[in-house]
Write a protein that binds this ligand. Structure first.
Ligand code: GLU
Length: 446
């Protein structure tokens, strides 16, 4: 059986890091098995769902390289839900209720006061057709609950959490449809998972108790149940579900210079004890993806770590991937020379400005000025071969007896106006003979 997974966000806001992790895990699972990864927009909430969010979700997935193999939207599937719901009505697995939110609240308070679990007491099951007719005549529209089968525990083997067991007698029959006919999340999700042939439902552990109820819905609709796995939630460095993490979106990360490869490399490993490896691309991550590596402890997301991984990714990015993000004229050789010094791609522009010049003239001490003058003469006299930096510094070492910092720093300062930076052996050929001579001469005449 081939694997089909889905990512099912509600387009009521932008994707945040936690959503993206769920999308990624589903993508990796599908790719690992050569299966399909589907996007399902859970937009049954017409009030809160927005087209612009649907567009932003697609754009974020594309930016991350998590392209879905198909897309469905729940708002277009109402007739399927009606049809399946009618089967549940006929089988008496859903029933009509009329309690208001206040009445339910009161019931819960009474139960809690008596030390009982606050679950729905199924009072509406006692209503007969005459009662329903009277309610309808009074203009009351029912909401519908799914009738849980309380005969046996609900059990599944969770791909991450291991064996799970729930006692349906301790659960409320979930409301699946509102009085106005609109759908709540639970049932349409199951109907879609069946219709879309989903083999693996992989989502956050905040859905574990939903899974217990949904397993019975699969059964009530005559379908086998998919495999389930629930990933531990992401927490911030302080170990809590931080507000920042809950709202940290892709636009903000992009703005901060985070590359999608870095986010993917980090999120693919977060929650496992496997090291994050910036060298691994998405297909390498997919081939080594293993749900059993994920633990049950909350996974800590650390933005500082993301930026470290980002640097590791940037150091490996090939020119073709970054060319359009670089300043006009910046060559492949220039990119390769400066790349090891970048934490973010946009810093390449600063180094390109250093390479292209002009650079400010550094204020050198008298001895260093004399040394730089000698460097200029040496460079002018020497052949400009393919390793001019090695030739220049070894000649100067010989002639001046300088070594280490005393040898290299004044040259770096004169050539780049900075104390640190990319390997001079790579920079000097890019600065070029004329440019280098001009900079050395300018620095010794100040
Ligand atoms: N729309 C639901 C959510 O975002 C989907 C949950 C699921 O994966 O079934 O939480």
């Amino acid at each position: 059986m081939s694997v089909v997974t889905r990512f099912a966000p509600s387009p009521t806001g932008n994707l945040h890091v936690g959503n993206v992790r769920t999308a990624l895990l589903n993508w990796l699972l599908a790719r690992k098995h050569g299966g399909r990864f589907l996007l399902r927009l859970d937009d049954t909430d017409a009030e809160r769902s927005r087209e612009e969010y649907a567009g932003a979700i697609r754009a974020d997935l594309a930016w991350l390289g998590l392209d879905p193999d198909g897309e469905e939207r729940q708002s277009a599937r109402g007739s399927l839900y009606e049809q399946e719901f009618a089967r549940l009505v006929a089988a008496e697995r859903v029933y009509r209720c009329y309690e208001t939110a206040q009445e339910l609240d009161l019931k819960r308070k009474v139960q809690l006061g008596r030390g009982l679990p606050p679950i729905y007491d199924r009072a509406a099951l006692a209503l007969d057709e005459a009662d329903h007719a009277a309610r309808a005549a009074a203009g009351e529209a029912p909401h519908w609950r799914f009738l849980l089968d309380r005969a046996a525990p609900i059990a599944w083997h969770d791909g991450i959490r291991g064996p799970q067991q729930f006692d349906p007698a301790a659960m409320s029959d979930p409301v699946v449809r509102r009085g106005d006919g609109s759908w709540l999340y639970m049932l349409p999700s199951v109907i879609d998972d069946i219709a879309m042939g989903i083999t693996d439902v992989l989502r956050g552990e905040d859905h574990v108790s939903n899974t217990a109820a949904q397993i019975q819905m699969f059964g009530a609709l005559g379908a086998g149940m998919p495999r389930f796995a629930h990933a531990a939630l992401l927490v911030g460095t302080e170990g809590k579900l931080s507000k920042r993490l809950g709202s940290l979106g892709m636009a903000e990360l992009r703005e901060a210079g985070v590359e999608p490869e870095a986010l993917i490399a980090l999120l693919a490993r977060l929650g496992t004890s496997d090291p994050v490896d910036p060298a691994l691309d998405a297909s390498a991550l997919a081939s080594t993806f293993d749900l059993t590596r994920f633990g049950r402890a909350p996974a800590r997301f650390d933005e500082a770590e993301l930026h470290r991984v980002n640097a590791g990714v940037v150091h490996r990015l090939p020119f073709a991937r970054v060319a359009r993000l670089l300043p006009t004229g910046m060559s492949e050789a220039a990119w390769e020379a400066v790349r090891p010094n970048l934490a973010h791609i946009d810093e390449a522009a600063e180094w390109w400005a250093v390479i292209a010049g002009p650079v400010p003239v550094p204020a050198l001490g008298e001895e260093d000025r004399a040394f730089v003058e000698e460097a200029a003469d040496t460079l002018a006299a020497q052949a400009w071969d393919d390793a001019p930096w090695a030739a220049l510094t070894s000649a100067l070492k010989q002639s001046t007896g300088r070594k280490g910092k005393a040898l290299f720093l004044p040259l770096r300062q004169a050539l780049t106006a900075r104390d640190h930076g990319p390997d001079m052996a790579a920079l000097l050929p890019l600065i070029g003979r004329e440019g280098a001579l001009a900079r050395l001469r300018a620095a010794c005449w100040t």
